[in-house]
Write a protein that binds this ligand. Sequence first.
Ligand SMILES: Cc1cc2nc3c(=O)[nH]c(=O)nc-3n(C[C@H](O)[C@H](O)[C@H](O)COP(=O)(O)OP(=O)(O)OC[C@H]3O[C@@H](n4cnc5c(N)ncnc54)[C@H](O)[C@@H]3O)c2cc1C
Length: 381
Amino acid sequence: MDFHFTEEQQMIRDMSRKFVDEVIEPRAEEMEARGEYPYDIMDQMAELGMMGIPFPPECGGSGGDWVGMHLCIEEISRGDVTLGALLDVTTSVVGQELFVFGAPEQKEKWLVPIAKGKEIGAFGLTEPGAGSDAGATKTSAAREGNSWVINGAKQFITNIGLKNASIVIITARTKGSKPGEKDIINTFVVPRGAAGFTLGKKYDKMAWNHSATHECIFEDCRIPAGNFLGMEGKGFAQHLAVLETGRISIAAICVGLGRACLEKSLKYARERVQFGKPIFSFQAVSFKLSDMAMHIELSRNMYLKAAWLKDAGLPHTLEAAYAKLFASEMVEKAASDAFQIHGGYGFMNEYAVSRYYKACKILQIVEGTSEVQRMVIARNL
Ligand SMILES: Cc1cc2nc3c(=O)[nH]c(=O)nc-3n(C[C@H](O)[C@H](O)[C@H](O)COP(=O)(O)OP(=O)(O)OC[C@H]3O[C@@H](n4cnc5c(N)ncnc54)[C@H](O)[C@@H]3O)c2cc1C
């Protein structure tokens, strides 16, 4: 077994790490406080090719792999979780869905600009009545001549409020064509400017303030027949398939955030003196950091194994669920211990660990809650 990264993977990791140290980290606090999206940072990420790492050059990417993509997501999330989430959604979910299920002209039209980072993608599965039970979608799509007419709403949609968000890929229920035939779920690409497609106001969230999360509302929204994506009746399965990669990405985000907790806490524990000694010298403190480091390492190994299986074209449903579940629960403990190590200062907004504490919990919810991951694991035992 070979645990070495390729030269390209190392290059991606080092480039992303440097970018975080020089560009993201110094502005992370301000971005969260102002709640404004850092478009200049996103443009630089696009220039560095981060949105297209796993796609071939003809699709606008750099011909790398999913291990490299996830090393990048881990590093970026160490600086700012919402930028990690941007990459997860636009590349791991939307870009991949277009890459795997898109026709050549659909790839040319939507994937190429997304892989180049010129445009950003969003995906819409969740609805007011369809969260964990995502198959309960009520949004409908009816065929009328050369168009599909969409009605319904999708909620909590990441990225869609960005000014360069170009599309949202949604699931919608289509009536069976013959009498008595069941409804089927299909997938559609809805462009931002489509008539009848509006955004609800930006959600007021407890963290991830600058992430552009909105409700998507479709009222007789008419899109061309050519915006149908993939195979008839397989829309839900397509979405679930790409969400497996999304779960690896969430695990990588958790590892990045966990590392930020560890780095800040280690530095603080070595500097903060109580009872005449740095608090790091007390086992009750240093053991927290030992456990944090070990669980981060374990989570990294888990997401890398899942990404490696994906690159090898091997099944990875279980490994992606293990990684997402373990890493998201790991990071909640890491953020809590980081806060504890900082004492009262951990409660102050000027200390990054207060931001980490607020940002971590949602990672146990998005792209399948911890309970859903346990259901996936149980089904596959
Ligand atoms: C910041 C943010 C960004 C998001 N981005 C997107 C996005 O880009 N696209 C998108 O489509 N969605 C997105 N979501 C939605 C997210 O994926 C859902 O919130 C998540 O899937 C859970 O759905 P829900 O919130 O409706 O919770 P529910 O499904 O109502 O679950 C509530 C609780 O019940 C539990 N539960 C439900 N069913 C079961 C069961 N059978 N057994 C045991 N426990 C169960 C859940 O685990 C959870 O603890 C986002 C959400 C947030 C907050």
